[in-house]
Design a protein around this ligand. Structure first.
Ligand code: HEM
Length: 411
């Protein structure tokens, strides 16, 4: 951040601030904008953005109030992103539903990350993590995002869906397709129509698996679970596509970006790495702190069902309300020294990255597990991983992530 940028941001009239611009996340210059909003206009109205007018909720406690009042703040009326899905290409999924349909569909897939099932995954995750780490090149620059973060999370996804192993990178591709900003220079699809066509190809591939699983006994994979549940087996095709995309993106990009975000934060804070090496029991705390500090999901959006007051502002029925988790996680009113990355924070789990209330992340324990195992294995090997160049960040106002991160491991 140059001083010139800082001055421009401070001089910008409040009502001109538009935090939905994906460039501010790619260029990593969102923090001072949100600090100003939290201070001067914690519930802020942006009258004109490329996604239309919207309210920004920026303080921790106000975000929590919106999360917990799902009767007022609907996920079903307008979806969960500041950008609306095109009307003729809507892909419903249960994250975009309110009760009662949300409740039954969530129940179908939630057991995938229940504690007993996680215990059965841990050994597999550890074996794969060990294999991936042991095969990494030494004394040579490579891309951490591709060789570690994408590789490990894609393997996990293939297991969750029991997807054909050799074709597992298709899951990564579809995840990027489902969630990318089509205007990003490196987007895998260039228009909403292209995105839609590719997601239909994904649905075709999954339909084959669905038929197979429906014809055999129910087992612990997401396709089988949906094919056998009363609440999901008859769902219309577009809802099937939407739910697959939700589970693929949910299980993939967020965890992937936390694997890269943790390495980046530790490389920027060598003192914290030293603490961790001296006391590996801090790993669970490192994981929680990484998820707060990285905030892999930048925002979730709701739509007001009725006129409502929030922090002194009157929100009208039908207005878009955006909860900026990146901002709530840096709210000094709720989190001490929020801009510091501290592996021994007193209450590291007190963050908003997994949301709250009825939509709180289904896969959080699974994400925590994958990250814990990764860092335990890195520390056990005493790997000296050096980030040797600037990481490239993703152009998105929804997922905060890394496209690439050059690293080298000392032999
Ligand atoms: C670090 C990793 C992850 C982060 C930061 C994350 C974050 C989130 C957030 C913010 C929400 C919305 C919460 C709300 O609206 O209150 C959510 C929902 C969800 N997540 Fe995650 N997630 C992660 C990993 C996963 C994984 C591994 C899975 C799948 C196995 C998953 C599946 C889901 C699903 C299905 C929902 C929708 C829940 C609902 O609407 O009831 N997530 N996640």
């Amino acid at each position: 951040m140059t001083s010139e940028n800082l001055i421009t941001q401070d001089l910008q009239p409040l009502d001109m601030i538009d935090v939905s611009d994906p460039a501010i996340y790619q260029e990593d210059r969102w923090a001072p904008l949100f600090a100003r909003l939290r201070r001067e206009a914690p519930v802020h109205y942006c009258a004109a953005s490329r996604y239309g007018p919207f309210w920004s909720v920026t303080r921790y406690n106000d975000i929590m109030a919106v999360e917990l009042d799902h009767a007022t703040y609907s996920s079903e009326l307008g979806g969960v992103q500041v950008e609306d899905q095109p009307v003729d290409m809507k892909r419903g999924s249960f994250i975009r539903l309110d009760p009662p349909r949300h409740t039954t569909q969530r129940k179908t897939v939630a057991p995938i990350a229940a504690p007993a099932n996680l215990a059965s995954y841990e050994l597999t995750i550890r074996q794969r993590t060990r294999a991936v780490l042991d095969e990494l090149p030494r004394n040579e620059t490579f891309d951490w995002v591709d060789k570690v973060a994408i590789e490990l999370t894609t393997m996990m996804l293939a297991t969750l869906f029991d997807f054909p192993w050799q074709e597992r990178r298709m899951l990564t591709f579809w995840s990027d397709v489902a969630i990318c900003n089509v205007n990003a220079p490196d987007a895998p699809v260039r228009s909403e129509a292209e995105r839609f066509a590719e997601l239909l190809r994904m649905a075709d591939a999954f339909k084959v698996l669905w038929r197979e699983r429906a014809a055999t006994a129910r087992k612990l994979d997401l396709v089988s679970m949906m094919a056998h549940s009363e609440d999901t087996r008859g769902m219309p095709e577009m809802e099937f596509v939407g739910n697959l995309a939700l589970l693929i993106v949910g299980g993939n990009d967020t965890t992937r970006n936390s694997m890269s975000g943790g390495l980046w934060a530790l490389s920027e804070n060598p003192g914290e790495l030293a603490k961790l090496k001296a006391n590996p029991a801090l790993v669970p705390s490192l994981v929680a702190e990484t998820i707060r500090y990285q905030t892999p999901v930048i925002h979730m959006r709701r739509t007001a069902r009725r006129d409502v007051e929030l922090a002194g502002q009157t929100i009208r029925q039908g207005d878009k309300v955006v909860m900026w988790y990146v901002s709530g996680n840096r709210d000094e009113r709720a989190i001490p020294e929020p801009d510091r990355f501290l592996v021994d924070r007193a209450r590291p789990r007190a963050h908003l990255s997994y949301g709250a209330g009825i939509h709180r992340c289904v896969g959080e324990r699974l994400a925590d597990l994958q990250l814990r195992v990764l860092w335990e294995e890195i520390l056990r090997r005493d790997m000296r991983i050096e980030v040797v160049g600037r990481p490239v960040r993703v152009y998105s106002n929804f997922l905060r992530g890394f496209r690439s991160m050059p690293v080298s491991i000392k032999a």
